[in-house]
Design a binder for this molecule. Structure first.
Ligand SMILES: Nc1ncnc2c1ncn2[C@@H]1O[C@H](COP(=O)(O)OP(=O)(O)OP(=O)(O)O)[C@@H](O)[C@H]1O
Length: 490
């Protein structure tokens, strides 16, 4: 019988889930504090942990890290409030199987649990742990393939790529077709969830390298030490824990395409190594003195402005120019309103298949709500919202009442939230606060109001610091200082 641990400070949720999951045939235990949960995990193995993101003692990311240290094979599902979704996405990038948002629905949670346990047993049964190892027979990989945190993925063959019909979508299609057959390095910019990895993959699949591997690495989810070994590999004994030789992503991707997500997060050392590959098309495993020739097309993505990173000296200018032979910018979904329903219909079709349902479409009100919403998490958020709506819908059409409260009635900022600054809304862009700073500028409000204002604006801007700084009418550096001063960790 599979064992599930529930960690949530809300006793009702623990009781409810324990009762429900026992009826479904699982053995359960629960804890209301992170530390107590970890004590239980040290005593006996659990196949799955369902963990609230906001625990009184440990935050969700840290909890995830500690669970994975205790037992990397334990699957983790994170519970979040809807407004924490952007943060929850980070947990998935750091190895959580998925997240579910409150309010919890039994069918949804059961579906997610089954998916997590299935994925867990599949990965335990596979000799080579991750997809990169099987990306192509030509690249038979050693057993030490990239780890879960590296978001290494196969080309998502079979997944349909949708362009849309907005002007931005038409331009994107043109650019992808133009650039794909070349060997040029591409940088893809855009907010989280706009489809950067999907576009990188589309470029790969339309290129002459299509039958070779597409390897994706999330540089943002790797520690400095791990990133070097993930990218370039290492030889046995190169550092403590290097128990055998290991190929890196450049070698796995040989002949194909390497997608470096959040490339701005690479450490200075790794930037230098990357520059060498870009210039000489050679890599050297950490600890080795032998060069290995690699033929890899590099596609990078970032959701920060790398030019800023270059100006601030965090990212080398020579690399920036090399990876930026062609730039593709993906607009946020809210600026491509004509595409929202095209993607929503596509995600509906996928959810029908996955959940074995037969929902026909969206009613008028739900369409309107979807079109009006801000979509901080872009396509990823839309996909999750549609999947949940399909799960909850009992009739033929999705109605507004199965959409999250934030979408049915978005909460607008008031002057109170911003410490007295004027807030207005552009009717064409609902949900986007425009804050003007007359006599009461940010500096004159009390610290607690200022902290609350910053938090609220961060939430409204999808935790995009550049945008939040713009809305708050302060520069990014000031915002960083204030985040530090107010102990706000993002
Ligand atoms: N063109 C597309 N057609 C169909 N589905 C898409 C498309 N683009 C994105 N998606 C869906 O949206 C999800 C998010 O896309 P993706 O992971 O490529 O975004 P991203 O910009 O790389 O996100 P992040 O910056 O957070 O890494 C994907 O899982 C996919 O399901």
């Amino acid at each position: 019988m599979e064992k599930i641990l529930i960690v949530d400070d809300n006793n009702d949720i623990c009781l409810l889930l324990e009762r429900f999951l026992s009826k479904q045939g699982y053995k359960t235990a629960s804890a209301q504090r992170g530390e107590d949960g970890l004590v239980l995990l040290r005593k006996e193995p659990f196949e799955l942990v369902i963990c609230d993101f906001k625990l009184p003692d440990i935050d969700g990311l840290e909890m995830l890290r500690r669970i994975k240290v205790l037992n990397p094979a334990t699957a983790v599902i994170i519970i979040t409030g809807y407004s924490d979704v952007r943060v929850a996405v980070q947990t998935v990038k750091h190895g959580a199987y998925d997240y579910v948002t409150k309010p919890l629905y039994p069918d949804e949670i059961l579906y997610t649990i089954k998916g997590a346990l299935e994925r867990r047993s599949q990965s335990l049964n596979t000799a080579a742990p991750t997809s990169a190892a099987t990306a192509s027979p030509a690249t038979a990989a050693p057993k030490t393939a990239p780890k879960a945190a590296s978001k290494t993925s196969l080309a998502p063959n079979g997944k349909r790529f949708i362009f849309g019909k907005s002007r931005a979508a038409e331009q994107l299609q043109k650019h992808v077709e133009l650039i794909a057959p070349t060997n040029m390095s591409v940088i893809i910019t855009g907010e989280t969830g706009t489809g950067k990895e999907f576009v990188a993959n589309a470029i790969h699949l339309k290129s002459k390298r299509a039958d070779k591997p597409f390897v994706a690495i999330d540089c943002g989810a790797l520690s400095k030490e791990l990133a070097g070994s993930e990218l370039f590999g290492h030889v046995k004994g190169a550092f403590t824990g290097a128990l055998s030789d290991k190929a890196g992503s450049f070698e796995y991707a040989n002949g194909g395409t390497l997608f470096l997500d959040e490339v701005g997060n690479l450490s200075y050392d790794n930037q230098i190594k990357l520059l060498r590959v870009l210039q000489e098309r050679k890599i050297r495993r950490i600890g080795s003195n032998q060069d290995v020739a690699v033929d890899v097309r590099i596609i990078c993505a970032t959701n920060e402005d790398l030019r800023d990173a270059v100006r601030q000296g965090r990212f080398r200018e020579d690399i920036y120019h090399r990876i930026n032979e062609f730039e593709i910018h993906l607009s946020p979904l809210r600026e491509r309103k004509a595409d929202i329903m095209i993607f929503a219909e596509h995600f509906l079709e996928l959810a029908n298949e996955q959940l074995d349902k037969d929902i026909v479409g969206f009613d008028d009100e739900s369409r309107e709500k979807l079109k009006e919403y801000y979509w901080h998490g872009n396509l990823r958020e839309l996909q999750n919202v549609v999947k949940r709506a399909v799960l909850l819908t009992q009739s033929d059409y999705i109605e507004a009442d199965v959409l999250p409260q934030e979408i049915i009635s978005p909460q607008y900022l008031t002057a109170e939230d911003t410490g007295g600054a004027q807030v207005s809304y552009d009717p064409l862009r609902p949900g986007i606060p425009v804050i003007s700073q007359p006599a009461n500028n940010l500096k004159s409000v009390s610290e607690s109001a200022e902290r609350a204002a910053i938090l609220k604006v961060l939430e409204k801007t999808g935790y995009n610091k550049t945008k939040a700084a713009e809305v708050l009418n302060i520069d990014r550096k000031t915002l960083y200082n204030k985040l530090k001063a107010y102990d706000i960790h993002l």
